[in-house]
Design a protein around this ligand. Structure first.
Ligand code: ZN
Ligand code: ZN
Ligand code: FE
Length: 739
């Protein structure tokens, strides 16, 4: 019988997911000798026994790893046999420069739910129950290797019962770093019963969660929801709702199988669902929407809040002031949220890294991330090749940054709108943390071309690194390419609100032929004058006046806006004062919204577009006219659309539908022309406008009808939350930086 010994090295998400006990169990079952350990590079095991048994061991590791594990790389080599017959789990090893992938936070597993809801269980009612299959990870990890002393659980000393579980390889809590119980672990500031009673009576609560505080209230209590909205003074942005279970979700919304899967995944994101009409919830939850952001309970505390509660849905919105980062600290929460919350439910387990709830939608049966944070970060994306260590600073709104290490792109969690000091601090603290966890020392920095973005200023003034400026829409397309590991040239359609153009104009309706190395602007929406900077976004009728002026001349007017305000903006357009040309697709939506009389002012960027999508008649096949003119870059001219839409006697929902159809048709037509000239067949769709599912669906269908290959985002947001990945991919390909 040939005895042999193998050394197996695993990389990927192999720590904090129960991998060592799994290996231990496999080895014991097969009576193999050896050991297993976590190193800062991943997981290493040596096993010794007969060749046939070793083979079955390797097979089992490869094909049947623990549910949360992800094996990116597995190296098996033969080493000299030592005659070992016992199998042990060894102490973790830390080595400098090496890193292991860190698991995102994981929603509470069914076994743990059974534990804290089982009256006879020693964890009955315990709000911090977790195991190797679930619980906090990224939010509590200070450094690697992932061991309890390097987490915010270091402050709690395990009781004998917890310690015994922790040390027993047969236990579900073997080496579960955040393992705890009511005797030894974190505790709540008040009883869950009191929180339930207060929620049921209509109070607004600040509740400390996994990645930060939530503001919560009974979602069916109109008065409470309105009070929360008024106190948060937060535009009309929709609130997310946490429901008791899938049945409660299905009572409010249409839930497909794929959506069910997304809701109940270990990542437990907010899933944007189509509401069942007439809606059973107060209007103030999501004004002007036909969709609702829904999530399931993902911590033991959330589950406990629903036990025997009279409500089955809670508003759960980020605990922050208007656009500041989500609050994580107890003291800070009491300062900042005291005007908003009637009562606080906190706890004493510190949050090291803040994360917001992630937001996804299902399109074509696949989950698409719109806001990438809890449950997703810091999972890395494979760049397909080794690249130098880089930092890409992202954009301004919905900022996320990106670091690279080896083949990994490490996209940060959603940071937010980099428009205030607090958000910049969050950016910097997250950057420090991810550099440390992944052992990254960037050698160059990529940034947006917009000189006023805080992310640009940070890149140029604070890093001291060689800098690569990346055009905004090029970054969008490169991010879609990188997500799909595309190389060479593609046709890129980048539609969004705002991006700094190379000609000083505001771009946002762009057709590029792009590679990582560069791009050519082949077409764009025809420039229209946009007066008033930020005010032009808030007062979307200004975009309409831009389109109307372009179509009918300088004395164009717009219904529903006071003549003297129109006169001021008309003069600005005529003289060019504080007026820039724009090809922004977001502003086209703004203009159409005002022209069809839907809305003339908005409280947040994108609101007009969302409403236009929401009211659009679903089965309307008609469209308006458009033109494609000029010779390089072509201009997509929607003046014919403006003329027709004003004459169209149809109701706003029909007009909105025809507008969507027109834009999709024009987009496909331009892509087809580019394809004919370049022989390129691959089309990447990116940019915040493609969060519009109706536009995305009709555009993708029109492109496919023309036998073009369509690439859409899934794991990376199409909005500016994804551009850092594109910046990184472009910087990695840039020949002009000296590494
Ligand atoms: Zn669990
Ligand atoms: Zn304990
Ligand atoms: Fe953008």
């Amino acid at each position: 019988m040939g005895e042999a010994r193998l050394r197996i090295q695993l990389r990927g998400i192999v720590q904090g997911v129960g991998f060592r006990p799994f290996v231990h169990r496999l080895a014991e079952e097969r009576q193999l000798g050896g050991w297993v350990l976590n190193s800062s590079a991943g997981l290493v095991t040596e096993v010794e026994g007969s060749r046939a048994t070793l083979e079955s061991f390797v097979e089992a590791v490869r094909h049947d790893p623990p549910p949360l594990a992800w094996i990116q790389e597995m190296q098996v080599s033969e080493v000299a046999a030592l005659g070992e017959t016992a199998f042990v789990i060894r102490q973790s090893l830390a080595s400098t420069g090496e890193f292991a992938l860190i698991s995102p936070d994981v929603a509470t597993c069914a076994d743990c739910v059974a534990d804290f809801t089982g009256a006879a269980n020693r964890r009955y009612g315990y709000a911090f129950t977790n195991c190797t299959n679930c619980g906090p990870r990224y939010t509590i990890i200070r450094d690697i290797p992932y061991d309890r002393p390097k987490t915010t659980m270091a402050a709690f000393r395990m009781c004998p019962a917890c310690q015994a579980e922790y040390e027993d390889p047969r236990d579900r809590r073997f080496h579960a770093q955040p393992n705890a119980c009511a005797d030894c672990g974190p505790s709540l500031s008040a009883a869950v019963e009191e929180a339930r009673r207060r929620l049921a009576s209509g109070e607004v609560l600040a509740i400390k969660g996994l990645g930060g505080f939530h503001l919560a209230c009974d979602a069916r209590n109109q008065e409470a929801v309105e009070r929360l909205r008024a106190r948060k003074r937060r535009s009309d942005k929709p609130f997310a709702v946490m429901v008791r279970d899938l049945a409660a979700a299905a009572a409010l919304c249409h839930v497909s199988e794929a959506e069910q899967e997304a809701l109940s995944s270990t990542r437990s994101p907010i899933v944007i669902l189509r509401r069942i009409e007439p809606v059973a919830l107060p209007h103030a939850i999501a004004p002007g929407n036909r969709t609702l952001g829904v999530m399931l309970p993902y911590t033991p505390l959330h589950h406990l809040l629903f036990v025997d509660a009279p409500y089955d849905a809670l508003v759960m919105t980020s605990g922050n002031l208007s656009e500041e980062p989500i609050v994580v600290d107890n003291v800070e929460a009491r300062q900042r949220l005291s005007q908003t919350a009637d009562w606080f439910l906190t706890h004493d387990r510190d949050i090291y890294m803040r994360t917001d709830d992630s937001v996804v939608r299902v399109f074509e049966g696949r989950e698409r991330v719109m806001r990438r944070s809890r449950g997703y970060a810091p999972q890395t994306l494979d760049l397909g090749r080794e690249v130098p260590e880089l930092l890409a600073c992202g954009g301004e709104l919905k900022n996320a940054f990106c670091l690279t290490k080896g083949r990994h792109a490490i996209l940060s969690q959603h940071i937010g709108d980099l428009e205030n000091y607090e958000t910049l601090e969050f950016f910097e603290e997250t950057l420090r943390n991810l550099k440390k966890l992944f052992r990254v020392e960037p050698r160059a920095v990529a940034h947006d071309l917009h000189p006023q973005y805080l992310s640009t200023k940070y890149a140029l003034e604070r890093t001291g690194l060689p800098a690569v400026g990346v055009q905004h829409h090029h970054a969008h397309i490169a991010s879609c390419m990188a997500e799909h590991s595309l190389s060479g040239e593609v046709i890129g359609v980048a539609f969004d609100g705002t991006g700094y153009g190379t000609d000083g104009a505001i771009w946002g309706g762009e057709f590029l032929v792009a590679s990582y190395a560069g791009f050519t602007r082949r077409a764009h929406l025809r420039y229209v004058p946009l007066a008033g900077g930020d005010a032009a976004v808030r007062e979307n009728w200004r975009a309409a006046l831009g389109y109307l002026t372009d179509t009918f001349g300088a004395d164009a007017s717009i219904d529903g806006v006071a003549e003297e305000r129109v006169r001021v903006v008309r003069r600005m357009i005529a003289t060019g004062l504080n007026t820039v040309p724009t090809s922004s697709c977001g502003r086209l939506f703004d203009a159409v919204s005002a022209i069809v009389g839907l809305r003339r002012e908005v409280t947040f960027e994108g609101q007009a577009a969302i409403e236009l999508e929401m009211i659009a008649q679903s089965d309307e096949p008609g469209r308006y006219d458009f033109a494609i003119e000029g010779d390089g870059p072509w201009q997509v001219d929607f003046r014919p659309l403006v003329v027709e839409i004003l004459r169209d006697p149809a109701a706003a929902p029909v007009k909105a539908a025809k507008f969507h159809n027109t834009l999709a048709e024009a987009t496909a037509e331009v892509c087809l022309r580019i394809a004919r000239e370049t022989a390129l067949r691959r089309v990447c769709l990116s940019g915040g406008t493609f969060q519009n599912m109706r536009l995305l669906g009709t555009t993708a269908a029109a492109l496919r009808r023309n036998e073009l290959e369509v690439y859409l985002h899934a794991r990376v947001p199409p909005n500016d939350g994804g551009i850092a990945l594109g910046q990184a991919a472009i910087a990695a390909a840039a020949g002009n930086i000296n590494f």
